[in-house]
Design a protein around this ligand. Sequence first.
Ligand SMILES: [Zn+2]
Ligand SMILES: [Zn+2]
Length: 391
Amino acid sequence: MLSDLKINELVNKDYICSCGKTHRADIERIDLSENAIVNAVEYIVSKRPRVITVICDENTYVIAGKSFGAMLETAGIETEIHIIKGRNGLNVAPDDAHIGEVFARISGRADMYVAVGSGVVNDITRIVSHRAGKNYIVFGTAPSMDGYASVTSSLVLNNIKESIPGQCPIGIFGQPDILKNAPFEMLTAGFGDVIGKYNAIREWKFGRDLIGEHYCPEIVDLVEKAVDKCVDSAQGLKNRNEEAVISVMEALILAGMAMGLYGNTRPASGAEHHIVHYWDVDCIKRGVEHELHGNSVGIGTVVICKLFNIVKDKLPVETEAIDPDEITRILKTAGCKTSPLEAGIERDLLKRSIINGHTMSSKFTVLKYLSEENPDLLEFAAEALCKEYYN
Ligand SMILES: [Zn+2]
Ligand SMILES: [Zn+2]
């Protein structure tokens, strides 16, 4: 079984699976040890690059980017460091302005790129290195999202959030002492993104049972085991326990790899992600900051679990029962937000996201099914959820 393999045994090999497909992850090295930064430098040196470009932001430069650059220089590699800076008083974002500035400021001479950071830095470095035709590695500084192992970047181009094809890193590194000291909202974001997998897997089974969608039990088992281990770490995460933080980071990398192994995002995202994308797009259009992805996904998971409870008896197939109160309890144990109100989502936006969330993806989800087959029930459920949260 895929899930019998350890995380660093899954890399760089073909796996002929019982589902009929051959799965492959194009990552060479995963290292979450206490010497990860030293090992990352050694790994880079083994590739014999002449010039390296390190991309980080102002925070991750201080945390690891600066020392990473110094270690590479000591190893005899010419190193340029680009620090991505926020604009107009807002945080750094994976948008056209920031990406354009990176392209304009780097020399373009690098044989290899290094991302030092998490979501935004990794998404931008993935695109920049891929378009330059070079490999990249990521040194993760926060267990905040499942995009480390991804082949696509979630970018905001011309005010629209899109998933843009790139490449996965050839190496993923992270050091427990750095990861556990990430801002708390980044720890909870990673946890929320992992919790979303409960619904993602349920909806994959829903697609299998209702429309005969291809399904891989081994990848599901891999993701479920990682999620369960992460859930067991909820209390530890709140206390920044090293082992708990590493469990979350591993689950995030595994979820990302599961998407790479399967060839699309089916194993790790469903309707809980689509309503969140709808919220994000709405915030981007209005020019206001939104919650970190995973913090919204945790909330979105509770919303979709409540929705399933409202509609489940009218669905043509039986679906997995996931208790929204239990999801809420797990999220709270880890210190995560659980309600749309805590994320500043207003009644009207919640309702529109439930009605229109299916437009954010072609994936078969409960929202897609209801919008096509039973829009009255979708409207009823959206209104019932709004009443529960806002009245
Ligand atoms: Zn399979
Ligand atoms: Zn996600």
